[in-house]
Design a protein. Structure first.
Length: 403
């Protein structure tokens, strides 16, 4: 092992709870989700928290009890030593993946030896856009940047790519079936930490939104979610950038879009020196990472560019990757990525994705990267790539290789 490489030593996550007031994880404050994970990670690894230089967490809606740099307050709340720093970042949906990339870069620099990266989002407590921001709420900025809601962006992709409602729904059903199979077979158990209330009563020990009985027939009863939004002036923004679109086919709905959920995840990333000092064996190393900006109206198509950039960094081709994870923000996003990268569905999101499992915005990137690692180990494969599109037209990619 090299002295200037970043290694993944372990990771943990909560189950994903339905992001409603009656969801199983709603009673737990976000800081409590993190506390339970921080304690579990320390107990699993027996690491001395004095050796952890930083905790970096993604949180997209950092307001209320998710605000005020929850990374620092959570590690103190969990009883970790005060010498560990903490900060919280927001790269929209890619936040939890970006925290891992930043951690890896800090390790590779040689200035820090061990970092916990991850994220948290309690969407039952803090809905999307609750934090405001001029991109969302300032009419002048809306007009200047041609802002449209992401659901409309997904429908634009489906229209431009000529995806049918049947194709999108079929992909969504497959996500549920794969996630259900992985749950039944226990593929998630290694890294999943059940959540308990203050009295020690179990709240949730498996992902709450997977639908084992999902079918095209049940999907067909769901009405498009974003058609009404087009009548609020956003269609003029779209046609300014895409004049060839006489109309948008509104094909996305609750069933073929990512689920709104609560959840958190943590990943221990460190140097060779740290691993040796802690008696830990690395599971994988982070070998490349990249973030890009993409066209901000369509917003959700940067995955391929970020993936190609990350692959080019290490002189690899798409066929050199054994497993892919592309965040299922919407079905069209995943299908467009598969088409653009010319990769096989049988090597992509093999245990389902955010359509079935849900997308706790700030945490999903870490969850996906960890799930990718677990599956590489289970299949005894070498390399995996995780990629996320993000709001305002961005994307982030991470490539890992088993040790």
């Amino acid at each position: 092992m090299s002295d200037n490489e970043a290694y993944i030593y372990d990771w943990v996550r909560t189950p994903r709870g339905r992001g409603k007031s009656d969801g199983a994880l709603h009673p737990l404050k976000p800081i409590e989700l993190l506390k339970q994970l921080l304690i579990a990670l320390q107990q699993r690894t027996q690491v001395d928290t004095k050796l952890i230089d930083d905790v970096i967490l993604g949180c997209v809606t950092a307001v209320g009890d998710q605000g005020a740099n929850i990374a620092r307050s959570a590690l103190l709340f969990a009883g970790w030593q005060q010498g560990t720093a903490g900060f919280t970042l927001n790269r929209f949906c890619a936040s939890g993946l970006e925290t891992c990339n930043i951690a890896a870069a800090k390790i590779m620099s040689g200035f820090e030896q061990a970092i916990v990266a991850g994220g948290v989002e309690s969407m039952s407590r803090h809905p999307i856009c609750e934090d405001g921001g001029s991109w969302y709420i300032d009419p002048e900025v809306n007009r200047e940047l041609l802002f449209v809601p992401q659901g409309i962006s997904a429908d634009i992709i489906a229209t431009l790519e000529n995806f049918s409602r049947h194709e999108l729904d079929s992909y969504a059903c497959d996500s549920h079936h794969r996630a259900q199979h992985a749950t039944v077979e226990g593929y998630f158990k290694r890294s999943l930490v059940p959540c308990y209330d203050r009295n020690g009563e179990l709240l949730l020990d498996k992902d709450e939104t997977v639908r084992a009985t999902c079918s095209i027939a049940t999907m067909s009863n769901l009405k498009p979610s974003f058609a009404a939004m087009s009548n609020l002036g956003f269609i003029s923004h779209v046609q300014t950038r895409y004049p060839q679109l006489d109309q948008i086919q509104h094909l996305h709905h609750a069933g073929n879009s990512s689920g709104i959920v609560d959840g958190a995840a943590l990943m221990l990333i460190g140097s060779r020196k740290f691993g040796e000092a802690s008696g830990l064996k690395p599971r994988a190393r982070i070998i490349s990472m990249a973030s890009v900006g993409s066209e901000p109206v369509i917003m959700l198509t940067g995955n391929a560019a970020a993936s190609r950039k990350a692959l080019a960094n290490i002189n690899l081709q798409p066929q050199d990757i054994d497993l892919y994870e592309v965040n299922e923000a919407f079905a069209a996003v995943a299908l467009q990525y598969l088409r653009t990268m010319a990769i096989d569905t049988e090597q992509t999101n093999v245990n389902g994705g955010a359509i079935a499992l849900g997308h706790p915005l700030g945490a999903t990137g870490t969850m996906v990267l960890g799930t990718l690692l677990d599956e590489l180990e289970r299949r005894e494969l070498a390399r995996g790539l995780a990629t996320f599109c993000a709001g305002a037209g961005m994307a982030t990619t991470t490539i890992i290789e088993r040790v």
